[in-house]
Write a protein that binds this ligand. Structure first.
Ligand code: BES
Ligand code: MN
Length: 465
């Protein structure tokens, strides 16, 4: 029988050490999207592999055409009983830190601070997404092994290094290592709580597909007086595309876009309404007042159950000091589409490309340079026994029922686990809406980190019963 009590006490008594380890991890700027940080990604992979080695796992850093994957296996001493084999997933890569000038402390020099309300925070890029989160299960495993001698189950740890850049190497890696990675269930620690006091299990994630476009006008930048009028301006053509993506009701206008999107069952609508989600607070916290998604749908529905067409960046022409009278030769933009239900990433991409070509005017041409790929949305059955076990453990820790919720974000591997390995995922995470993931001044509440570790001790303990 696993004694979780001793492990919980060890977590409380060794909090400082856990913070120090997390900070060492955060100091490695493992930004997967930017090739300049490729060596740091390798460093982060080696760092976390060494942690698993220290737990008594067989750990390896596995090269891929992109960033390496870290795989570690833990086999408990033979107990004569058939033990579950579970996989734990997290990602060691982080989002780019810019705009750098908006950080109060440098992004890769993590700090422990108290905010105005006296809440203790761990600040730095990756403290929440996902280094802090994944360290919650690593530290829980450490505490259980230290106090009980071993974990009461077989474990495989998979730590990815490309999650924040679309996971290009993931599908081939899962296919090549199907046997090795197939477990009874996957635990994913990369999602949020309902609020700081209420735990949650996420059962819906949106899918995602990217595209990047170059709109090409004249062959060179032109004098806007000499050519202004007859010359096609690519920024205007791109703006027309962007402004025609949505209708007045906030619906995406790309023909075929909503194929595979269905209306929410009445029971789900009712359950979401019962959550008493404050749209005003949610928007107010980020300086907004009015929901800008599809009219007539609640904010929760807009985030959890509706697809989007979003513009993530747009540039071109002269953006330096002062004025320059120029008609630029090119304009650029990055788009992402969040997907729900049965929407197919490849089809959505094709439909967008066709639509985008049709929006070009005059001599403007459009070229697409996205890497393709993408992943469909995930929905996980709430009656999964591992979800029920986790909900009970979370309740024991937080003294509150876990909310079963959706998430607007994407974790591509969850769908691939299901489709390639036939494995369901349980998404238990301790992030909060105001963690500023992907933004300047990312933080993880010390209480998220602490109670996250304690929650995993309870879940892991329960896996042994
Ligand atoms: N941890 C996030 C996803 C998330 C965010 C879940 C908030 C729940 C609440 C994840 O690391 C992430 O940001 N994923 C990217 C994936 C993309 C680049 C393929 C995303 O959603 O933008
Ligand atoms: Mn993440």
């Amino acid at each position: 029988m696993t004694d979780a009590t001793a492990a919980l006490k060890l977590i409380d008594d060794s909090l400082e050490g856990a913070i120090e380890r997390l900070f060492s991890f955060v100091r490695i700027p493992s930004i997967s999207a930017d090739p300049a940080y490729s060596a740091d990604c390798d460093k982060a992979a080696a760092w976390i592999a060494a942690e698993f080695q220290a737990l008594g796992c067989k750990a390896s850093v596995r090269p891929t055409p992109g960033k390496p994957m870290v795989v570690a296996h833990y086999t408990p001493p033979d107990s004569g009983r058939k033990l579950p084999h579970v996989l734990f997933y997290g990602h060691y890569d982080v989002q780019p830190a810019d705009p750098l000038d908006l950080w109060k402390n440098p992004p890769f020099e993590p700090q422990r601070i108290k905010n105005k309300a006296g809440v203790e925070l761990l600040v730095g890029r990756g403290t929440a997404d996902d280094k802090g989160q994944l360290m919650t299960f690593v530290e829980a495993a450490r505490a259980l092994i230290a106090t009980n001698g071993s974990l009461p189950f077989k474990a495989t740890f998979l730590i990815e290094g490309e999650e924040e850049s679309g996971s290009p190497s993931l599908v081939p890696f899962l296919k090549e290592n199907r046997e090795e990675l197939s477990c009874d269930v996957a635990f994913v620690c990369d999602t949020n709580m309902w609020d700081a006091k209420t735990p949650a299990i996420t059962t819906r994630l949106r899918g995602l597909v990217h595209e990047e476009v170059t709109v090409i006008g004249p062959s060179i930048d032109l004098h806007s007086g000499m050519y202004g009028g007859p010359a096609t301006n690519p920024i205007r053509a791109l703006s027309r595309l962007v402004s025609s993506l949505h209708d007045a009701k906030g619906k995406v206008t790309i023909p075929g876009f909503y194929e595979g999107v269905s209306e929410l069952p009445a029971a789900v609508k009712k359950q979401w309404a019962s959550l008493k989600f404050s749209e005003k607070k949610f928007l107010g916290a980020v300086g907004l007042k009015t929901a800008a998604g599809e009219k007539g749908r609640s904010v929760l529905e807009q985030i959890w159950a509706r697809p989007t067409a979003e513009l993530n960046g747009m540039w071109g022409g002269y953006t330096g000091a002062g004025t320059k009278t120029v008609i630029p030769s090119k304009a650029f933009a990055k788009f992402t589409f969040r997907l729900v239900g049965k929407q197919n990433p490849a089809k959505v991409l094709k439909a967008f490309q066709r639509f985008a070509r049709e929006q070009m005017m005059g001599d403007a041409k459009i070229a697409f340079s996205g890497k393709g790929g993408g992943s469909p949305a995930s929905e996980i059955s709430e009656s999964n026994p591992f979800i029920r076990l986790s909900a009970a453990a979370l309740k024991a820790e937080f003294k509150r029922e876990a909310v079963l919720m959706g998430s607007g974000g994407s974790i591509p591997i969850v769908r691939h686990f299901k489709d390639i390995l036939g494995m369901d995922s349980v998404l238990v995470g301790f992030g909060l809406d105001d963690d500023a993931i992907h933004s300047p001044n990312e933080k993880y509440n010390l209480s998220s980190f602490h109670r996250g570790m304690r929650s995993w001790v309870r879940i892991m303990g329960a896996l042994g019963q």
